[in-house]
Structure formats: C-alpha cells, structure tokens
Design a protein around this ligand. Structure first.
Ligand SMILES: [Zn+2]
Length: 243
C-alpha cells in the first residue's frame, strides 16, 4: 500500500503470521478428523475445554482450503457488487491507496479477530472466523476505513489516540453496529444510544488488543473516551449518510 514507516499494526490486526505466508499448500498436522470426533465436538460428550479448543484448531487447519476458497469468493463478489466496499475502494484510490484482491488476503487466524489492516501488507480477512458474506462485508468495510485513515490522515498506529480514533470510525462507518440505519430512519433516540454503546465497546476491545495494552480493557476504555466525541462525529469519507 504505502511506505511502511509505522512500527506495528493496529490493535485487532496483528498480522504476525504474515511473515510466514507462502504459496505452498499447507500440510495438515492435526489429529484425524473423523465422524466420531465431529460428533463428540457437537455433543460435547467426552470433551474437555482443551480438547474442544484442539478440535477447533484442527477443524480450521483441516478445512483451510475450503475456508480460503469461500472467503476469496465472498471477497471477490463484494469487490464487484457491494456498494460500501466499492465506495471505500474508490475513496482509497482518491487518496492514492490501491486495494485489490492482491492485497486483501484470506488467511487462517489464531486470535479472535475477523480481520486486520497492516500498512505494508494490506487487509487480512480471517477465513476461519468469518461467518458469511455479510460478516465479510462488514469486516472489509471496517478494515478499509483503517486503510483510508492511513492514507488520508497519516495515522501513527503506535499512538493509542490515533488508533482509538480509527477504531471508533471503523466501527461506526462499517455497519458492524447495525441495524442502526433503520433505527436512524425511525429516529428513535434509544437506538442511537445503542449504536454509540456498540461503537464504544468494539473500539475499546480493539484498542485493548494492542500488544502494549495486553488486553487491558480499562486502560483502552479511557483512551477511547478521550477521543470519542470528535472521532464518532467524523464520518469522512461518507457525507451526511450517518448523521
Ligand atoms: Zn479495527
């Protein structure tokens, strides 16, 4: 995307495994995935929390190819047909960024995250965490807000306030705190409060994922509070849509 002057990635977007990305096919190294193992996992019978964890990891590995294919199909469809994804790609192009299927990658993720943005590598889509196309759409839109911010505002990702601001904007503008659009139309104030609470919660969670904060929600919440008012109101590159 651009020159990589920032030291590290944003909160939710730890792309540590990017360095190990290769074109070779992954080799499955887990335990055999048979009928009984699936059944045990579904029923929970004879499973410990650890073995359920292990099952989930093995599942993601075993079906990596299928999950990757599904993720790439959704990504390509959205690049072509999703209004918000297309709009954001246009806006990013306007500020000299270039996103395409080349730098929006589907990969398996270990952490509980749906996607990530890295100034150098682009956008990560967590193929094993994305439920469906609409979840993929929200995630792409979210990460694209980060990409836009990076290009347009020269974000310093190491600065917690910058990070928090971009997280607030990403949660507000991506639609992941839906269905607030309908609520807006109906003009119901309590839903607006809900929207705000949702953005606050998600931004806090993302910021707390920054390596230096080590999951400290309280510290992250304070940083989010400091910048919330101004960043929540800042709807660029959208116009009046969300007000
Ligand atoms: Zn984010």
């Amino acid at each position: 995307m651009s020159d990589d002057t920032s030291p590290k990635v944003e909160g939710t977007a730890s792309l540590d495994h990017e360095s190990s990305v290769s074109d070779s096919k992954p080799v499955y190294k887990g335990k055999p995935m048979g009928f009984f193992r699936h059944m045990s996992a579904i029923t929970g019978y004879g499973m410990t929390p650890e073995s359920i964890e292990e099952y989930r990891r093995d599942f993601d590995d075993y079906y990596a190819e299928t999950l990757c294919k599904r993720c790439e199909e959704n990504r390509d469809w959205l690049i072509q047909y999703s209004p918000i994804v297309r709009f954001m790609m246009d806006q990013i192009r306007e500020v000299n960024g270039n996103l395409s299927s080349e730098n929006i990658k589907c990969l398996p993720c270990n952490k509980d995250q749906a996607g990530g943005f890295h100034p150098k590598y682009g956008i990560l889509l967590c193929q094993n965490k994305l439920r469906d196309r609409s979840h993929t759409e929200d995630t792409m839109a979210h990460e694209m807000v980060h990409a836009y911010d990076h290009m347009r505002f020269k974000v310093d990702w190491a600065d917690f306030k910058h990070l928090a601001c971009s997280e607030i904007r990403a949660s507000t503008l991506s639609g992941e705190c839906r269905p607030y659009q309908e609520w807006m139309v109906r003009g119901q104030w309590k839903f607006l409060r809900h929207m705000e609470a949702c953005v606050r919660r998600r931004a806090t969670l993302s910021v707390s994922g920054h390596p230096a904060l080590k999951g400290d929600l309280e510290a992250a919440g304070k940083i989010v509070d400091q910048v919330f008012e101004s960043c929540y109101k800042d709807t660029r590159p959208f116009r009046e849509v969300y007000k």
